[in-house]
Design a protein around this ligand. Structure first.
Ligand code: F0G
Length: 459
């Protein structure tokens, strides 16, 4: 059931076929390099791209811009306490700022961090501390067809094998990412969270939850975990997050804002250490790199994120896009996750080998065909890891409607129709940080017969 109506609108337009082809070429076949003006439906990310509510816009006007002791920070503290159950908050400019603050505090050279799956900035921050990020997804996570309820779970079996190999003293940190963004936005059960808590205690490690999409995760728990069938999203969120020693949060997801993040903890000593590092990298600990007004909007957003009507509508909308794409014959990762529909590009283009990036080819064709921007999360984004060739169509919160989705489905169906003509890609310029290469590497089609300006495409 839809839970909002529009009060402000933003014009969008579909550029011509010729313009789309030229823009793609100019962008080096990397959609991060496109101008957003050349994009019609932008499903690159659900991060910071959603619409704020009228209450959040009102809060912006009341933002307190004091350098120290801002009352907007007091509102954030009280929202984090009420919604997430943590007493201390260190605000940061966005999620990766929180990662730098927390992981820079908890990790040292030679350490190992375990995570159900490291998101790319998480992996890069762990590596940046000289530590080794090791993923522990459950086996079903990388099977696009396994229809299981909690494919985002953390594999304790895998984690134990790593600890046996490297020794518990090298593993000071266990992270649980809810939902598991790099495993198709799949949820994590509360039961698994409890077991990860016990495991972290067993090896004497800190237990951190990456809570970016905590409300969507809690919604899945109420739908799929019997024990919580009668619980509210707000109740599940508090319980699940409560198992952690600390949270890293990007407000750009379930904080329902365009910028912001924080670390939250009940541990006094950890709080003090994070605060000191935050002053160095983010700002004074009552603004943390945000404007006071942004802090105020995030305080409201966190509360809205656990409202039943909001989160049900959100998860249902993403599910509906998945069902529409599946009906049009696209191979969709099953079941559909919380913030995005993931297409299986390996199954879409069986003729394109992994080293020619079938996912990136699909991303480029969706743009060429209909001005739709998604993102590759396969061999291009995650070199040297063994994962399916996925393309993520992330749905910004409270932004698009069924008509937009109909265009996306029509576009994807047209690409599928001419799949035989689609060429793989090769990298022609590679940036220095391998974990982040997909943001700026330039590519070229492998085959000269790749579709050019006027082949196919919706008007
Ligand atoms: N952790 C997870 C699980 C994320 O998905 C992200 C961001 C971050 C940390 C970092 O947060 O962007 O505020 O610095 N994910 C975005 C995405 C970028 O598109 O999935 P940030």
């Amino acid at each position: 059931m839809v839970a909002y109506k529009s009060k402000v609108v933003e014009r969008i337009q579909l550029p011509s076929r010729e313009r789309r082809a030229t823009a793609l070429e100019e962008a080096g076949y990397n959609v991060f390099e496109l101008s957003a003006d050349d994009v019609f439906i932008d499903l690159l990310t659900d991060s910071g791209t959603g619409a704020m509510s009228d209450d959040q816009w009102a809060a912006l006007m009341r933002g307190d811009e004091a350098y120290a002791g801002s009352s907007s920070f007091d509102r954030l503290e009280s929202a984090v306490a009420d919604v997430m159950g943590f007493e201390h908050v260190v605000p940061t400019h966005q999620g990766r700022g929180a990662e730098n603050v927390l992981y820079g505090t908890l990790l040292s050279e030679g350490d190992v961090a375990l995570n159900n799956t490291h998101f790319d900035t998480t992996r890069a921050h762990v590596s940046n501390q000289g530590a080794d990020p090791v993923d522990c997804p459950v086996p079903a996570a990388h099977d696009p067809e396994a229809n299981e309820p909690f494919k985002g779970n953390f594999s304790l079996e895998r984690a134990r094998a790593v600890v046996d190999e490297v020794g518990a003293e090298r593993v000071p940190l266990v992270i649980l990412t809810v939902t598991n963004n790099s495993a198709a936005g799949q949820p994590v059960s509360v039961e698994n969270t409890r077991r990860v808590r016990a495991f972290a205690d067993e090896i004497d490690a800190a237990f951190v939850i990456d809570a970016c999409r905590f409300a969507e995760n809690a919604s899945f728990v109420t739908r799929r975990e019997d024990e919580y069938a009668d619980a509210t999203v707000a109740e599940v969120a508090r319980e699940q997050l409560g198992y952690a020693d600390a949270l890293v949060m990007s407000g750009k997801k379930d904080g329902l804002v365009n910028v912001g993040g924080f670390v939250a903890t009940d541990d006094e000593e950890l709080f003090e250490r994070c605060k000191q590092r935050a002053i160095l990298y983010e700002g004074f600990p009552t603004y943390g790199g945000m404007a006071g007004r942004d802090v105020a909007a995030m305080a409201v957003g966190l509360r809205e994120a656990v409202e039943e009507s909001y989160v049900e509508d959100r998860v249902e909308q993403v599910r509906e896009l998945g069902a529409m794409l599946e009906e049009a014959g696209l191979p969709v990762y099953e079941p559909v996750g919380g913030h995005a529909v993931y297409l299986d590009a390996g199954a879409t283009f069986p003729g394109i080998p992994a080293d020619e990036f079938p996912g990136q080819a699909l991303v480029c064709e969706l743009y060429r065909e209909g001005g739709v921007r998604g993102v590759e999360l396969g061999s291009f984004a995650f070199p040297e890891t063994d994962r399916p060739e996925l393309v993520r169509l992330a749905v910004p919160r409270r932004t698009y409607h069924r008509e937009h989705f109909e265009h996306v489905v029509e576009t994807a169906a047209a690409v599928l129709e001419r799949r035989e003509e689609v060429s793989g890609l090769e990298i022609v310029s590679d940036p220095a940080v391998p974990e982040l290469r997909h943001f700026s590497a330039a590519l070229e089609p492998v085959s000269a017969e790749a579709p050019t300006a006027v082949d196919g495409g919706l008007e």
